[in-house]
Design a protein around this ligand. Structure first.
Ligand code: SAT
Ligand code: MN
Length: 590
């Protein structure tokens, strides 16, 4: 027996009835000790933080060097997204597609409601209304997450526009995404992340980590939103968004899709190399973009998020100076290590760890000091290169969309799609070596179309068809590219320096957009010749650039065969135009 339920609090005035009714139903099911409606205020966050510090759930860091920052350690069995227990529960299995795990909605609700029954006894149930996107944007969408985790509240407050303003917008909109979350007992066999896109509902049980628990992020802004976007004629994508200012005074907006932990945050906060004075990259978003055909035939984007949940390891003043500066105050760190001075520490930083991510005295024989998927949660406004365009209700017009993956071989440094239709094939062909962002083996190649494999809330065949149809509505579509920063030589050394020097590749793309740069035809798409890229001052290994800009026809033929086999899984639902594009490339390869 848990604590008795203490009281039924009145919802804040202005809470729409539908929210109210749902909260009451959840309260009855989960039986919490108390209900807290989150306002999103500073005082509320300070109070929650103080309580978690007092209970030991959070630890204070070195206050002088990392003011108002805290460390959270998750259960060691709960450190990443769990794709094998993530489900899309549509009435018809085929609507979820071979790309998703599926359960019938009735069975899924039953299973989840059994888990949630009484799950919040003795706990506080937090009700947090949030808005994904600028609060006054027609493209923004709202949700309410109910959770028994104060850590989730603190993170969602940074990652979304959370609190009273969102509730007011829900009252105006009349609709919202329902997200129900409990950490449960953190038992891996009682852990499920279920999505009901037809009901705009998410139920997540048994995990307190990242995308499993911060329901505004992958669950709402990608899985549910991709479904809504298909119905409403837009795209919800796993993309960073940047403004790139050139020395000539032009600004271009670029969206880029990469799988988790492939450097989206680094690219979003790129610092130009010394050889490129006058260039500036400003961040609109580092993970998710919502893209809408605009009234003038261009594609407009907003970042639905308000903060970053970034990978800590590898972030340092050399790899990402802006990010390193950004996390030096008011930051929530999760599963990083500590130095003897109680500064957060992870692999790639100077100094030495004293305590590892599990709170043990650091011992190299236990593995890395910080968990490879350890994170920082930080408000976007702390970013030194924050782009204020992130607040624009109408979003920003996109000049280029970049797809990419982490591939030791095959995929060249950069190539451009011939047109939108070919670009959809290029995006659908993304494959990448797995990272620590998801539970499972690291470093194995898997197909990850548009970097959306874990996040597309419906059948990929329909999704590709939707991409094709969005393109048809754009009279001034962005150009589409594919990049690979991760090519290696036979000894495992990277062929391309990456980081700031990636701007050299972006420069070529923007010159293509402006009609200034030439490209050569290859079977897989349009590529720069070596002289089209500004390589001045780069110390590339001998032969590296030929490797980076080469097309190995034999290897590409086998790649296309694999892609064709992947497409076969979607049967007759696969858009004929996509198959035709693939056959076209195959023909060019000979
Ligand atoms: O855990 S999250 O899904 O939020 C991060 C990621 O995998 O990109
Ligand atoms: Mn991501």
């Amino acid at each position: 027996m848990g604590e008795p339920s203490l009281r039924v609090p009145a919802p804040p005035s202005g809470a729409p009835e539908a929210v109210d009714r749902w909260v009451e139903a959840v309260r009855r099911l989960t039986d919490p000790a108390r209900v807290h409606w989150c306002t999103g205020s500073e005082a509320e966050a300070a109070e929650l933080t103080a309580a978690m510090l007092a209970s030991g759930e959070l630890e204070r860091l070195n206050e002088e060097r990392f003011p108002r920052s805290v460390l959270y350690r998750s259960n060691p069995n709960d450190v990443a997204r769990v794709e094998q227990v993530t489900f899309v529960c549509t009435r018809r299995e085929a609507d979820a597609g071979p790309n998703n795990h599926w359960l019938a909605p009735d069975a899924a609700h039953r299973r989840m409601d059994d888990l949630f029954r009484g799950a919040m006894r003795g706990r506080t149930m937090y009700v947090l209304p949030y808005c994904m996107g600028p609060i006054d944007s027609p493209y923004a969408r709202c949700g309410v997450e109910i959770t028994d985790s104060a850590y989730v509240v603190l993170n969602m407050r940074i990652m979304t526009r959370m609190g009273s303003a969102a509730l007011a917008r829900i009252a105006r909109d009349g609709s919202f995404v329902r997200g129900l979350h409990s950490t449960g007992e953190l038992d891996p066999v009682r852990r499920f992340i279920m999505h009901f896109p037809e009901e705009l509902t998410i139920k997540s049980f048994g995990s307190g980590y990242g995308g499993n628990a911060l329901l505004g992020k992958k669950c709402h802004a990608l899985r549910i939103a991709s479904w809504q976007a298909r119905d409403e004629g837009w795209l919800a994508e796993h993309m960073l968004l940047v403004a790139i200012d050139s020395p000539a005074g032009e600004t271009h907006y670029v969206a880029a899709a990469f799988p988790s932990a492939c450097g989206k945050t680094n690219l979003a906060m790129l610092i130009p190399p010394a050889k490129m004075p006058g260039w500036r990259v400003r961040t609109i978003g580092d993970d998710i973009a919502w893209l809408h055909p605009g009234p003038d035939g261009r594609l407009f984007a907003i970042n639905p998020e308000a903060g970053y949940f970034g990978v800590a390891p590898g972030t340092n003043s050399k790899s990402n100076f802006n990010a390193y500066e950004m996390v030096r105050h008011d930051t929530i760190f999760t599963n990083v290590a500590l130095t003897a001075d109680r500064e957060p520490w992870w692999e790639g930083l100077d100094g030495r760890p004293a305590i590892d991510w599990q709170g043990r005295r650091y011992d190299p024989s236990n593995g890395a000091a910080a968990h490879p998927n350890s994170r920082f949660t930080v408000s976007a406004r702390q970013n030194p290169c924050y782009a204020t365009e992130a607040e624009l209700a109408a979003g920003v017009p996109i000049s280029a969309i970049v797809f990419g993956g982490r591939r030791r071989t095959l995929a060249p440094l950069v190539y451009e799609a011939r047109d939108w239709r070919h670009g959809v094939l290029v995006g659908a062909g993304v494959a990448s070596e797995t990272t620590a962002a998801a539970a499972g083996q690291v470093g194995v190649l898997r197909r990850d179309p548009m970097a959306m494999k874990p996040f597309c809330g419906y059948n990929f065949a329909d999704y590709w068809g939707h991409w094709l149809s969005v393109g048809e509505r754009l009279s001034r579509p962005p150009r589409l590219f594919h990049v690979n920063w991760f090519r290696q030589d036979a000894d495992g050394r990277f062929l391309w320096p990456g980081f700031g020097d990636n701007l050299r590749v972006l420069e070529w793309m923007l010159d293509r957009v402006a009609g200034r740069a030439s490209a050569r035809e290859t079977p897989i798409g349009l590529m720069p010749a070596r002289e089209d890229l500004d390589l001045d001052g780069l110390a590339l290994a001998a032969g590296a650039i030929d490797e980076l800009l080469g097309v190995d026809r034999l290897a590409w033929r086998s790649e296309l065969e694999q892609l064709a086999a992947e497409f076969d899984r979607y049967g007759a639902r696969l858009p004929a135009a996509l198959r035709a594009e693939l056959n076209d490339v195959a023909r060019r390869l000979g």
